[in-house]
Write a protein that binds this ligand. Structure first.
Ligand code: ARG
Length: 574
């Protein structure tokens, strides 16, 4: 906490440090640990006296009692109370509120941003769908988790590079090219490219069940593609560009962009040299005609660099990508936002990189679970896939139905339904610890009163409408009397507002955006509690009105900043 406070520059009074300094001096200790009481009525910080008991030879309760008498008030603290084995500190609410609120009024949409990342380079690889296949809901997770991590890192002052590692190379293109030559035609392809190609892919697998020699034909086709066969390369390029323009529709809908789209094919020309470097640096073996790195000692299957027929693999391309990225971008951290089912793949990859002395600690597999629909797991092979675009459209339509019911006279309903519909899906994903599997439930994710995006978006719109009705203009130069902030609900809100930056920093450490999603939920709930109990407008005391309006303004600003970091839009009205 103390360390982090350096980055939260505008908080001038470091309450925590002041308390610790006094305790350290009083007890002659090098380090003290403070806790945050579960209930703000019990104070802002608590010092547990248990560990002192042994060498002071007194009970913790007694120690706390004595400290209460002896200790001098740290700067910024107005009251110290002994509660059982704890010594609890109450800070000056007026100073605290002033520092928190004026900081937001000054920084507005930049509130929460900092130089925490010290411009360190972070490469975030995310989304990475496969061409000639529909953009499935599975890639949605990578897309929204990666986008949010990229945004949060930028906001915290990291230098972020966003890379989309499109799946556009590999034996499956042998299958596809073979199928297209055998059964396909360009006219039908252009009508509905991805579905057309996907159906060819499914057809190939159905035919394969009857004739397993087809797999050899597919291998030969991929080999030809790798060797640069002109006709097949042209066809592959066409598949690729048609697919990419379909993916772009999804990215536009989600408002997501990349610095580099470097698919697997990008590394094709670097594969031979990559294999050479690996061979020179670490032991490799020929096993049944294939070139491998043996990982037996690590209890893992070998990493396959070159197949018996000479073709390279998904692993070879990932090795090339890793070397290229280290060399070209010199990143401090690399995040691979890819599902948990590829854990072994990345463990093998990172193990080989570490054998080559290439800073294993830089590489992070940001893994995540599956999204389960009531229908069960999706499989591309069989063709029963749930399309992301369909899911997004459905969500937008459901949001529109709800808005029509709740607020039929609202202007710009379509635009708002889009924000709500897309926001609901993103939030349903990001509000769960990414490691967990998610069960999708339409009623739940779009519930305006649930733990959802619409609930938070609605809270934002409500806060903005309160401000509008109050006719108060909140400006950073306003003279606000913060001593008028006296109720538990107001102070609770201010405390929550104050930890926004810490929540973001935590995400930079464990790479889990759900901390932010959960935080915004609790903030919204606290705001609604506050608003339920206390008036903001139509008060006789204009000074209290101004103080409360400044809290409302701050909550709205944080919701806006926070949702934006998750990739979700707000609306002024709902
Ligand atoms: N295109 C791959 C898939 O859909 C994901 C790529 C993950 N990134 C990587 N560097 N291997 O399974």
């Amino acid at each position: 906490m103390e360390g982090k406070n350096r980055y939260i520059k505008k908080i001038k009074m470091n309450f925590e440090k002041n308390i610790k300094d006094v305790l350290k001096k009083q007890l002659n200790l090098k380090e003290v640990v403070l806790e945050i009481p579960s209930n703000i009525e019990l104070g802002d910080y608590a010092f547990p006296c248990f560990t002192l008991s042994k060498f002071l030879k007194k009970s913790p309760v007694q120690i706390s009692k004595e400290l209460e008498q002896k200790i001098k008030l740290p700067k910024g603290v107005i009251k110290i109370i002994s509660i059982g084995p704890y010594l609890n500190f109450f800070i000056d609410k007026t100073i605290f509120s002033k520092e928190v609120i004026t900081n937001i009024l000054r920084k507005k949409e930049k509130y929460g941003s900092s130089c925490f990342g010290k411009k360190e380079k972070v490469l975030v690889e995310f989304s990475s769908p496969n061409i000639a296949k529909p953009f499935g809901i599975g890639h949605l997770r990578s897309t929204v988790i990666g986008n949010s991590l990229a945004k949060i890192h930028s906001f915290l002052g990291y230098n972020v590079i966003k890379v989309n590692h499109i799946g556009d190379w590999g034996t499956q293109f042998g299958k596809l090219l073979y199928s297209f030559e055998k059964w396909g035609n360009k006219r039908d392809l252009r009508k509905d490219p991805i579905n057309y190609l996907f159906n060819l892919y499914v057809k190939f697998h159905n035919e394969l069940e009857k004739d397993n020699l087809l797999i050899e034909d597919a291998r030969i086709y991929f080999k030809k593609l790798e060797e640069g066969n002109v006709k097949l390369t042209k066809l592959w390029s066409l598949f690729s560009s048609l697919s990419l323009s379909e993916f772009q529709r999804v990215y536009n809908l989600l408002n997501i962009d990349f610095d580099y789209i470097q698919g697997e094919s990008f590394y094709q020309s670097k594969l031979d040299s990559t294999i050479d470097i690996i061979k020179k640096t670490i032991p490799t073996e020929i096993s049944e005609g294939a070139l491998i790195v043996n990982l037996k000692k690590k209890n893992m299957p070998p990493l396959l660099l070159r197949k018996t027929n000479g073709s390279t693999t998904y692993h070879t391309r990932d090795m090339a990508a890793a070397l290229y990225r280290l060399n070209k971008f010199k990143p401090k951290k690399l995040l691979y936002v890819v599902g948990s089912e590829q854990r072994l793949h990345f463990n093998q990859l990172f193990e080989v990189l570490s054998m080559m002395n290439l800073s294993r600690e830089k590489f992070n597999h940001v893994d995540f679970g599956l999204i389960n629909f009531p229908e069960g797991k999706m499989s591309t092979r069989k063709g029963n896939i749930i399309l992301l675009e369909e899911v997004l459209d459905k969500s937008i339509n459901l949001a529109l139905t709800t808005i029509n019911k709740k607020n039929p006279s609202l202007k710009n309903k379509e635009i708002i339904a889009k924000k709500v519909g897309i926001g609901s899906i993103i939030f349903a994903d990001l509000s769960n610890d990414r490691i967990r599997n998610i069960s999708f439930d339409w009623d739940k994710i779009l519930d305006f009163e649930g733990e959802t995006a619409p609930y938070i978006q609605y809270t934002y719109a409500r806060a903005r409408s309160i401000l509008k009705k109050s006719k108060i203009k909140i400006l950073s130069k306003n003279k606000i009397d913060f001593s008028l902030i006296t109720t538990k609900e107001e102070y609770n809100l201010i405390k929550q507002i104050s930890i926004f930056e810490e929540v973001l920093m935590k995400i930079a450490t464990d790479l889990k955006p759900h901390h932010l999603a959960k935080y915004l939920l609790v903030l919204s709930q606290s705001f609604n509690e506050f608003y339920h109990k206390h008036k903001v407008i139509d008060l006789d005391n204009k000074e209290i009105m101004l103080a409360r309006a400044s809290i409302v303004y701050s909550v709205a600003q944080i919701i806006k900043n926070g949702l934006n970091l998750l990739g979700i839009d707000v609306s002024e009205e709902m």
